[in-house]
Design a protein around this ligand. Structure first.
Ligand code: FEO
Length: 401
C-alpha cells in the first residue's frame, strides 16, 4: 500500500473500501467507496483528513512509505463526520501533531465525538480566509457551512493549486484509478449524480453560494475525500456539473415508482409509463420492492416528474412506498409534476394519500389520482395512460416555459 504523489511533495494516502455498501442511508455503487486523505511534506508536514475507525492502519501504512508518522506536524480536519475522522484518535496517537486545525463548528463536533479523549490535543479553530504556512506551501481555509455539515470547510494550496474539497465533488467509487479522467466518463457522471442527489442535494443553496468562491481560485486539481480526483480540464467540468445539479432546472424525464401485491398496480405503473413516453417524456420505472430507495433519487437527477403507485393495504399505502417517499422528501428534489395511482380491493385510500403527499412536496398534480378496484380492465389502463399523458403535457409546458 504505497502513497501516490499527486503534486511535488503532496501525496494521496487514501483507503479503498471494496466492502462498504450503506453510506448514511444510501445504498451506494456496487463496488464500495474510497476515503481519501492527503499528506504535504514540507518544513511542517501536514496531513489533511483521515479515514474511518478501523482503517487508520491502512493510512499509516501508506504514509510510512514517504514519511514516518511521528514526523507529521499538523493535521487539518476539513470535516468531522466519522468517515473522515473516525480514525483521528489513532492517527493523533501515532503522529503526536503539534497542531490540529478545524473550523469552530468542527471543534464542537470533535468535542462531541472525542470528549475527554481529546483534552490534550492541540486543536486550533480557524475561520474562512485564515491561512498557515508549511514552509514552501500555504494552506488557506474556507468554511463551507452546511456543505454538507455545519463544520465543513475546504483547504486550498495556492502553490500546488490543489483544492482539498472534503465531501464536495466526491463520488462513491472504489477502484485502482485515482483520477476521473481514467474511468468511463458516462459512469463517472452517473456516480457524481448518484452521490449528489443522495447526499448533497438538500444543501444546493449553499453549493450555489460556494461555487463562485471556488471559481475565483486557480485550481489544477480537486482532491475530494471520496472517490477520484479531478485534474486539469476536469476541474471546470466538476464545477459545471455541481452548478447544474444544484440548480435543478426542469428535466424532461419522469420517474414512476410503484409497489404491488398482485400485479394490478404494476400494470397501472407500466400504463402510466407508456402514457409518459408516448407523449415525449421518457420514463424510468422503479419497483420499490426490487430497488433500494436511493435508486429513486439517482433517477430523479435526470427527471422532474414523479408518479407514485401503491395498492391499498390496511387502509393506507404499502410500507416500502412510504419509506421511499420519506427518504425522497427529506432530500428535497424539485418535483415539478406528480401523479398518483393504485389498485384496491375494499377501501382504496392509497391513491388519495399519495396525491396529497406529492402535492405537499410541491408537485403540480395535473390529473386526479387513478384508483382501480380489483384487476385493471382495458379502460382502467387507458385512465392510467391518460395520467401519464397529462403529466407529460404539464412537464413539457414547464420545461419549454
Ligand atoms: Fe464523507 Fe460527510 O462525510
Amino acid at each position: 500500500m504505497k502513497a501516490l504523489e499527486i503534486a511535488k511533495d503532496t501525496y494521496w494516502l487514501g483507503v479503498v473500501d471494496y466492502d462498504h455498501r450503506d453510506f448514511h442511508g444510501y445504498s451506494q455503487s456496487p463496488e464500495g467507496t474510497t476515503y481519501n486523505a492527503y499528506l504535504i511534506k514540507d518544513e511542517k508536514n501536514c496531513l489533511i483528513d483521515t479515514v474511518p475507525a478501523g482503517m487508520g492502519k491502512g493510512l499509516l501504512c501508506r504514509m510510512a512509505h514517504v514519511l514516518e508518522p511521528e514526523k507529521v506536524d499538523y493535521i487539518v480536519c476539513n470535516h468531522m463526520e466519522l468517515d473522515h475522522e473516525g480514525a483521528l484518535a489513532e492517527i493523533v496517537a501515532a503522529c503526536k501533531p503539534e497542531k490540529i486545525f478545524c473550523s469552530a463548528m468542527g471543534l464542537k463536533s470533535m468535542e462531541g465525538y472525542y470528549g475527554k479523549q481529546m483534552k490534550d490535543w492541540p486543536v486550533q479553530a480557524v475561520k474562512s480566509g485564515e491561512s498557515i504556512s508549511l514552509g514552501n506551501h500555504t494552506l488557506v481555509f474556507q468554511e463551507t457551512r452546511m456543505l454538507h455539515w455545519p463544520d465543513s470547510m475546504v483547504t486550498y494550496c495556492p502553490e500546488t493549486k490543489i483544492l482539498f474539497s472534503q465531501d464536495a465533488f466526491g463520488q462513491n467509487i472504489a477502484s485502482s484509478e485515482r483520477y476521473t479522467d481514467e474511468v468511463d466518463h458516462g459512469d463517472l457522471v452517473h456516480r457524481v449524480k448518484e452521490y449528489y442527489f443522495n447526499i448533497v442535494l438538500p444543501y444546493s443553496a449553499q453549493v450555489l453560494k460556494t461555487l463562485p468562491v471556488v471559481g475565483q481560485l486557480d485550481i489544477q486539481l480537486i482532491a475530494p475525500d471520496h472517490g477520484l480526483m479531478w485534474r486539469g480540464d476536469a476541474v471546470a467540468e466538476a464545477v459545471s456539473l455541481y452548478k447544474e445539479m444544484a440548480e435543478q432546472k426542469p428535466r424532461k424525464r419522469a420517474v414512476v415508482l410503484y409497489d404491488t401485491m398482485w400485479s394490478s398496480t404494476q400494470r397501472l405503473a407500466y400504463a402510466v409509463g407508456s402514457g409518459l413516453e408516448e407523449n415525449g417524456v421518457p420514463a424510468t420505472l422503479i419497483s420499490a420492492k426490487k430497488n433500494h430507495h436511493s435508486a429513486v433519487m439517482t433517477a430523479l437527477a435526470d427527471a422532474s416528474a414523479l408518479a407514485v403507485g401503491s395498492p391499498t393495504h390496511n387502509n393506507t399505502v404499502l410500507p416500502l412506498i412510504m419509506s421511499t417517499l420519506t427518504y425522497v422528501k427529506g432530500l428535497r428534489p424539485k418535483i415539478l409534476v406528480g401523479g398518483a395511482f393504485g389498485s384496491y380491493g375494499w377501501s382504496g385510500e392509497s391513491p388519495k394519500i399519495l396525491q396529497e403527499y406529492l402535492q405537499n412536496m410541491g408537485a403540480e398534480m395535473p390529473a386526479e389520482a387513478v384508483r382501480v378496484q380489483w384487476r385493471p380492465k382495458h379502460e382502467d389502463l387507458l385512465k392510467a395512460h391518460e395520467l401519464g399523458k397529462a403529466m407529460a403535457e404539464a412537464l413539457k409546458a414547464k420545461c419549454d416555459a
